[in-house]
Design a protein around this ligand. Structure first.
Ligand code: ADP
Length: 275
């Protein structure tokens, strides 16, 4: 399970393969949201004997300590790295943009975390920034990609601060600038921040974009343009963290059933059990 600041996701594995997934907004009561999300995922599998059918539960994300019954809480960095690598085998750089944070993770040849950087201090460069702007423009986020493609150029958004950028958007609208170039300018502004983070960990290929914001086609286009690189968005990109948690849970369950086997390849397990 991935209890994000904005969305909670559950992925269930059976025989080493994903068989169910569910996502819902993270409510005020994270413990309750986690339970509801897991119940909803389980309900999609009529053959599963409810919670008793879950052999091993691993939690990640901002609210990972709030998941009742979790055998282990694992960091988002480890889970996003594992999940991205599972969704795209060739992934070497993961750009994850969530509701209230963003992270860039560089992987080594074996898919292990080589370096990472995270921004969870400021809304700029996160989904929240885009949500505020979408609201101000009266355009649903799902429309950003279509309108981005219609823009001939990007409006200049010089501030990365959400509050000041919102004032800039208001000012652009009052000067009669159309929404298309504003949307492109906003996506470029978020991408600029991400590119700064990529530079700090080093650009390697393939670049994979995950997190809910990866569903925003305008963001993928801006990031690809600013990086000068192809950016892959796997189909279930928003579930990457939950996929990573499920892979680790699967490996832990396997290790439990085969005494002596190595538990999993995440950093805490490697430290505890060796390579
Ligand atoms: P977290 O794990 O940090 O809670 P997610 O990775 O699930 O967050 O991403 C949530 C963000 O993704 C929100 O800001 C939301 O607006 C954005 N998002 C989700 N779906 C879409 C979509 N279809 N198009 C654009 N943005 C989306």
């Amino acid at each position: 399970m991935d209890i994000g600041s904005t969305a909670t996701k559950a992925v269930i594995f059976k025989d080493g393969r994903p068989v169910a997934r569910w996502a819902m907004p993270t409510g005020v009561d994270q413990r309750r949201t986690a339970q509801e999300c897991l119940d909803a995922a389980i309900a999609t599998l009529p053959g599963l004997p409810g919670l008793r059918g879950i052999v091993c539960l691993v939690a990640t994300g901002y609210g990972r300590s709030q998941v009742a019954g979790a055998q282990r809480a694992v960091t988002e960095i480890t889970c996003h790295a594992r999940g991205a690598r599972m969704l795209v085998e060739s992934a070497r750089l993961v750009v994850d943009i969530g509701g209230q944070d963003s992270k860039v993770i560089r992987l080594d040849d074996n898919g292990m975390v080589a370096d990472f950087i995270m921004n969870d201090k400021c809304a700029a460069g996160t989904g929240r920034f885009l949500e505020v702007m979408a609201d101000r423009l009266g355009v649903p986020l799902s429309e950003f990609g279509r309108l981005w493609r219609r823009a001939r150029e990007a409006a200049q958004i010089s501030s990365t601060c959400t509050v000041f950028a919102e004032s800039e958007v208001v000012s652009l609208l009052s000067r009669g600038v159309a929404r298309e170039p504003i949307i492109r300018g906003l996506c470029d502004a978020v991408a600029d921040r991400l590119v700064g983070m990529v530079r700090r960990v080093g650009l390697v290929h393939d670049v994979v974009m995950t997190g809910g914001v990866s569903q925003n086609e305008g963001m993928r286009l801006s990031l690809a343009k600013k990086l000068g690189a192809k950016v892959i968005v796997p189909e279930e990109s928003q579930f990457a963290g939950a996929f990573g948690a499920a892979v680790i849970a699967w490996e832990l369950a396997e290790a439990d059933s085969r005494p002596g086997a190595r538990a999993c390849a995440c950093a805490p397990c490697v430290r505890r059990f060796g390579r």
